[in-house]
Design a protein around this ligand. Structure first.
Ligand code: FAD
Length: 381
């Protein structure tokens, strides 16, 4: 394939890369998105029907302004695409009273004036009987929480990018890249391309394209199960809010029944298995199912029927579980993105805008100081 000049090349067209292609193309930039697998595909971090979006962010209140912008952008995207992408169910953030999930989500709500209710576990169980939480658990119920149809979001961003004049190639793997006097040069398994700027959004493969990220963006195996509820009416989106819940067994997240006739459940950091994304065991097994079934039997017993589907997926974790959104140290022509640590998808729309800003001008109006690469300067192992 002949080399051709672009304003920006985006390496990796998954959740984040599709969003940055969309924003750049709509700004009139000549953008080329390169994806090694299909669009969308099931080898990375963004598949499995849906992802939770929640506003009462326990991780840090600094995420809340980004979430507010993400909600606006998701709504704009679905209007242009003509398909609903964001389903509002309300969200439950729950833990023991002194647990960080309850305390942190309450703190974000108070600081940012986010509508919410505080309930005990017993009160939530009465209101939403799919739940069987410990009676004295503390629950923050936030009405704007819900889920995004993640693979459809990628399709929507890619379709919008193409309609705005962007160029996107699937099944084309970036092998190497370098900065040159003129900009950047990218070599793939199909050709060589040049551009003024490069956005690297390779998800779990960050370490192979960016040596600086290798010790900081660590891939981890995750497994999700969909269990068939014995009482499906308790797990409809209208009556069962998405949840992010800490119990003595760990921190779990789950969804009402949608897309697959099963209740979807996952455990953060599943079995703590670090992996090489080129060679890992993708097939869910009995031990994977067991850790999710034990939780479901205890805390959502009417959902703990036969398994309907199980899928593996990859988290890419930073040491502090906050994202990396920055330019390459010493060269702002190269933009780095590692926004996962198990909670990045809901931000794709706004991160696409941020990465487009960084690629255009090296800066953004959004506050991304929490995500600077320099915070790890003294800690890589
Ligand atoms: C099981 C699971 C549950 C999750 N739940 C939630 C949730 O409920 N809510 C939430 O907000 N977040 C959640 N997350 C996190 C969220 O899904 C991720 O933050 C998000 O998907 C990351 O998007 P990404 O673009 O970085 O990665 P991906 O979507 O995987 O995209 C990276 C892309 O780069 C491509 N690529 C890599 N190397 C190359 C190369 N050399 N050349 C070309 N292309 C390349 C890959 O093929 C891939 O398509 C979850 C993640 C997992 C795994």
């Amino acid at each position: 394939m002949a080399s051709k000049g672009y304003d920006v090349i985006v390496a990796g067209v998954g959740g984040m890369g599709s969003a940055v292609c969309y924003h750049l193309a709509r700004r009139g930039k000549r953008v080329l998105g390169l994806e090694r697998f299909d669009i969308p595909h099931t080898n990375g971090s963004s598949h499995g029907v849906n992802r939770i979006i929640r506003l009462a962010y326990y991780e840090d209140p600094a995420y809340v302004p980004l979430l507010r912008r993400a909600y606006e952008l998701w709504r704009e995207l679905e209007t242009g695409f003509g398909e609903q992408l964001l389903h509002v169910t309300g969200s439950v953030d729950a833990s023991a009273r002194d647990g960080e999930v309850f305390r942190g989500s309450l703190h974000s709500c108070e600081l940012h004036d986010i509508p919410h209710e505080v309930l005990t576990g017993a009160e939530l169980n009465a209101r939403s009987p799919g739940y069987n939480l410990p009676a004295d658990h503390m629950v923050l119920l936030q009405p704007d929480g819900g889920f995004l149809l993640s693979e459809r979001c990628i399709v929507a961003h890619v379709q919008g990018a193409l309609e705005a004049g962007g160029e996107i190639h699937a099944r084309e793997r970036v092998l190497t890249w370098e900065t040159t006097a003129a900009g950047v040069r990218v070599e793939t398994d199909r050709g060589v391309y040049e551009a003024e700027r490069l956005v690297l959004s390779p998800g779990a493969w960050a370490g192979s394209l960016v040596p600086e990220l290798e010790p900081l963006a660590r891939p981890e195996r995750q497994v999700l199960c969909w269990f068939q509820p014995s009482e499906p009416r308790l797990f409809r989106p209208e009556v069962f809010p998405v949840f992010n819940l800490t119990v003595p067994e760990g921190r779990y997240y789950g969804f009402p029944v949608y897309g697959i006739p099963g209740f979807k459940i996952g455990r953060y950091h599943h079995l703590d298995e670090q992996i090489d994304p080129e060679h890992w065991d993708r097939e869910p097994n009995a031990a994977d199912e067991a850790v999710l079934r034990v939780f479901t039997e205890r805390y959502m017993p009417a959902a703990a029927g036969p398994v309907m589907t199980a899928k593996s997926c990859i988290f890419t974790n930073t040491p502090d579980e906050h994202f990396i959104l920055d330019t390459l140290p010493g060269d702002d022509r190269v933009v780095l993105a590692s926004p996962c640590s198990g909670h990045g998808f809901k931000f794709c729309a706004v991160i696409g805008e941020i990465l487009a800003d960084l690629a255009e001008s090296g800066s953004t109006r959004h506050d991304i100081s929490l995500f600077a690469l320099s915070r790890f300067a003294s800690t890589p192992d």
